[in-house]
Design a protein around this ligand. Structure first.
Ligand code: PBG
Ligand code: ZN
Length: 327
């Protein structure tokens, strides 16, 4: 049998490194990366997070040098999580102007004024029960929590924050924070909404790192169910209407379809959160010699871009920035 005469040969576009570079449709740059930092009020020296090799809880005193190293690597933004020494039923440390995140924001801005400083805004690290707001019985009271989110946002703003990132999945959180910021003269501060956040097993290592595991129950009454797709688009569009400046999808790896959906449903810059469990899996496999860490990380991060992400919050950011320089 004669071979068929092929006129169309996709392999022509893969023949040489130069051609492959010319036809590459998506790319990852250091500008896409946001590095998370855990600042712990109760320590004097950095403490490794066991389930996240390479990640540390750092003391306030180390914020400046960490932010300098991140800037040195070319990464444009950090996102802070605070671990306070004092917790109570409402999480009042979250709106203390001398709280750990507020101090970290000031230290970061002082060390590197050009760094874009983001702070996660929630209460699970601040409440003694580990839920993301004020309780009414066993449930998180949405509207009471909004009142506290407003106070937290304004306190971060006074400390010099660039972007506030509410992560508690409370209804109306974007509108509430926007109004509170505008009322207090902070109309220039942007909001990055954790618009689409699924209740996820992938948050496990983070909860060790941030000491934010709920003491009873789970987050299913406020975070989304993993089978839902239309609801994700609805959440995203609601936050656009409420005045969000950025949207986020979280976790990332198991929700690539949702990243694409949200990208197509709105015109806002879209961030994805490559969460702690995703990081831990890669680190564990790499540690065992089962995968090539650099290759897998870069493939994953590029995958987020291809899916429609504009920004990636990732614990791999410092490594990725280094690898981008070498490549
Ligand atoms: C707080 C918050 C969580 C994460 C970011 N902000 C945990 C949670 O909702 O339980 C998870 C980040 C990660 O897993 O890396 N609401
Ligand atoms: Zn929370």
């Amino acid at each position: 049998m004669p071979l068929p005469r092929l006129t169309i040969r996709p392999r022509r576009l893969r023949r040489s490194p130069a051609i492959r570079r010319m036809v590459q449709e998506n790319s990852l740059t250091v500008n896409d990366l946001i590095y998370p930092l855990f600042v712990d009020e109760g320590i004097d020296e950095a403490v490794p997070v066991k389930s996240m090799p390479g990640v540390f809880r750092i003391p306030l005193a180390d914020v400046a040098k960490n932010v300098e190293a991140i800037a040195e690597a070319g990464i444009p933004a950090v996102i802070f999580f605070g671990i306070p020494t004092h917790k109570d039923s409402v999480g009042s440390e979250a709106w203390n102007d001398q709280g750990i995140v507020q101090q970290a924001i000031r230290a970061a801005k002082c060390a590197v004024p050009d760094m874009c400083v983001i702070a996660d805004s929630c209460f699970c690290e601040y409440t003694d029960h580990g839920h993301c707001g004020v309780l009414s019985g066993e449930d998180v009271n949405n509207d009471q929590t909004l009142l506290n989110l407003r106070k937290e946002a304004v306190s971060y703003a006074r400390a010099g924050i660039d972007i506030i990132a509410p992560s508690g999945m409370m209804d109306g959180m974007i509108a509430s924070i926007r109004q509170a910021l505008d009322d207090d003269g902070f109309s220039e501060i942007a909001i990055m909404s954790y618009a689409v956040k699924y209740a996820s097993g992938y948050f496990g290592p983070f909860r060790d790192a941030a000491d934010s595991t709920p003491s009873f129950g789970d987050r299913a009454s406020y975070q989304m169910a993993s089978g839902n797709r239309l609801e994700a688009i609805r959440e995203a569009l609601l936050d656009v209407e409420e005045g969000a400046d950025f949207l986020m999808v979280k976790p990332a790896l198991a929700y690539m379809d949702i990243i694409r959906d949200v990208r197509e449903a709105s015109l806002l810059p879209l961030a994805v959160y490559n969460v702690s469990g995703e990081y831990a899996m890669v680190k564990a496999a790499a540690h065992n010699g089962w995968i090539d860490e650099q290759r897998v990380v870069m493939e994953t991060l590029l995958g987020f871009k291809r899916a429609g992400a504009n920004l990636i919050i990732t614990y791999h950011a410092l490594d990725a920035a280094r690898w981008l320089k070498i490549l």
